[in-house]
Design a protein around this ligand. Structure first.
Ligand code: RIB
Ligand code: CA
Length: 304
């Protein structure tokens, strides 16, 4: 089993990714760390706990950054994409379970030091918690096994601007700091995630299982698919951004990669753009191709 720390801004596709990870015997999820992004950090923590309750797994949750790494910005939630509650307005009750008191980046530092060269970090929100962890304890950089990031758009257009992908645009300075730190990063960006589509027809199959959790996931995902019907009508469903990052950790053969370096644009019209380049030794593994059908089948066999 691979020990993983899962950094989320829960979010509909984050919730799907959580279920996929927790139902995968290859992964040992040590804890979830939360960040602002799709929603505020307090809502991301609440949603993470609520999803864990629905799935029936007790994994510790550590709340993290409530604002960006350098600028201290707090605004800009994606409620039109993920709903007022961040879970497609499907959340009826607040969770009973509670988050731990330790701060997210301190949990990351503690776990990496406890298990040198073993821990994989999966990050599917803004990279603020990771940037804070390496800023506080740069000695963790050479002893993290892998850092798999859902973020960026290297050879394709962005999704929140013509240039930028949401997780990188949310905190470009944190992304630049993490990508230039020496962390062994695999970038699972829009280059591949926009090719992974969950068709709407699957939602009724989930509901037909009769499980309460499957109904919740179907209702939540229906909201996300409605957003995609206007944002990207050609794909016929919603993109599985965050689940693909989990898929890559379980089985890296789902994707084809190229080694490059990444420069993040931190100012101006192109803010959040991830530019691939070959200056210096290439250190970032960029996903440039995906076996989308094989991945979708694997995801569907585990998510519910
Ligand atoms: O651009 C897609 C990413 O932005 C996903 O991680 C989604 O959850 C949002 O955070
Ligand atoms: Ca996310």
């Amino acid at each position: 089993m691979k020990p993983v720390i899962f950094d989320v801004d829960t979010g509909i596709d984050d919730a799907l990714a959580m279920a996929y990870a927790l139902n995968s015997p290859e992964l040992e999820v040590l804890g979830f760390t939360t960040c602002y992004g799709n929603v505020s950090v307090a809502e991301a923590t609440r949603n993470t706990l609520a999803v864990l309750e629905k799935i029936g797994k007790h994994i510790p949750v550590y709340e993290g950054a409530d604002q960006t790494f350098v600028r201290g910005e707090k605004e800009g939630w994606a409620k039109h994409v993920h709903g007022e509650d961040g879970l497609g307005n499907a959340l009826k009750n607040a969770p009973i379970i509670q988050a731990e008191s330790k701060f997210a980046s301190d949990f990351i530092i503690e776990q990496v030091k406890k298990r040198p060269n073993e821990v994989t970090i999966i990050a599917v929100g803004p990279l603020t918690n990771l940037a804070m962890a390496i800023n506080k304890a740069p000695e963790i950089i050479p002893i993290v096994k892998d850092v798999v990031v859902m973020g960026g758009a290297v050879k394709v257009p962005g999704n929140v601007t013509p240039y930028g992908e949401a997780n990188i645009v949310a905190d470009p300075e944190a992304a630049e700091y993490v990508f230039s730190s020496g962390f062994p990063v695999t970038l699972v960006g829009l280059d591949v995630t926009m090719q992974t589509t969950l068709p709407k027809s699957k939602l009724n199959e989930w509901r037909a299982t009769g499980q309460e959790m499957a109904h919740f996931f179907a209702d939540m995902t229906e909201f996300y698919i409605k957003f995609y019907e206007s944002f990207a009508p050609d794909i016929g469903g919603c993109a599985l951004h965050d689940p693909l990052a989990v898929g890559v950790v379980i089985d890296s053969s789902f994707v084809k990669t190229e080694m490059m370096n990444i420069k993040v644009v931190t100012e101006g019209e192109e803010v959040g753009r991830t530019i691939g380049h070959f200056e210096g030794e290439p250190k970032i593994r960029i996903c440039t191709g995906v076996e989308a059908e094989r991945f979708l089948e694997h995801f569907l066999s585990r998510v519910i």
